[in-house]
Design a protein. Sequence first.
Length: 345
Amino acid sequence: VFHPQHILVTGGAGFIGANFVHWVARNEPSVHVTVIDALTYAGKRENLDGIDADRLTFVHGDICDAALVESLITGSSPENTLPPIDAIIHFAAESHNDNSILDAAPFLRTNIDGTYVLLEVARRHNLRFHHISTDEVYGDLALDEPRKFTELSPYKPSSPYSASKAASDHLVRAWHRTYGVRATISNCSNNYGPYQHVEKFIPRQITNILAGIRPKLYGQGLAVRDWISVEDHCSAIWTILTRGRIGETYLVGSNGEHSNIDVLRMILERMGQPADAFDHVNDRPGGDKRYAIDATKLMTELGWQPRYTDFAQGLDDTIAWYAAHRDWWEPDKNATEEKYRLQGH
Ligand code: NAD
Ligand code: DAU
């Protein structure tokens, strides 16, 4: 078992990264966290509000800046009394498929070049490295086949985003095999929960309704996503970081398959809207049909279990969060909807 004392969390001001930092603050009180985040459109410093200042160091910076990342590891200042950083937990990424279709350049830079910079730092300083990745690297499944993704599924990414994440996974595997970097990878399915940007499916529909805009369904809404509470993803990451076998990949999911139309209907019903109060909009070019995760390896090898498997309850909690945090999402709403309007979404 690995007992980290001081972890470097990249992308810790984004959706999953911020939830993970809060998770660590609640569950692992002896661990210090340094966050590096570029605060792109997707990151907010306030996502980390409420965490004790003596448990968290926040650095506003870019993971592609090798000198900056190196300086965080060597911690040159004499008044630095923190234990040295012993692990990198790598969340930072451009994460939205639709954006990657408009302009892939920032995806190649952050997701590929950024991962390379971090791997080189991990190699030089012999740091434990955990890479957060996605089930999208495996492409998609047919709607009607019983098969799910496993750790042995072939890489077959569909979008510029998922291709860039697949590339980053390959770099991590190569740095483990060639240089012995103590790396693990997790590939997770679709997360939901607080702090998720309003560009993503569930927050977009909830905040549309709260803002008096009709929800928008791509195509007929038959695509299936395998939804997992972000809390369960966080506990899985901690499990793999501390007890995962070096060099291994673990899939993370909690049997949450639902079609988009079913999720939208659940949201409409829970928010007191008629079942047909939404618009059909352009489908995503090359959009993946279905994702489904077989998490047997993580559950049997490492004993991980999801706790938040009641999806209807999870949606209720998420709706309540967005209703109570208008100040958090309203500043992003108009620009996001305008960008979608231009894409016919
Ligand atoms: P997000 O877009 O909400 O957050 C990304 C964060 O990274 C932001 O805070 C942003 O400011 C930061 N960032 C972007 N470029 C950076 C750079 N060059 N340097 C430093 N920081 C930078 O994304 P998310 O949904 O929280 O996803 C986090 C990770 O989890 C990603 O690697 C993503 O591929 C992976 N993932 C996401 C899901 C999901 O359902 N959202 C599922 C599986 C895996
Ligand atoms: O599977 C993990 C992936 O899940 C992560 O790697 C990505 O970072 C994350 O963004 C997510 O990707 P998706 O493309 O599955 O998520 P998104 O929320 O963009 O869309 C989910 C589905 O809903 C997809 O079939 C498109 C559809 N959709 C999306 C939006 C924004 C709609 O029908 N309407 C919408 O308004």
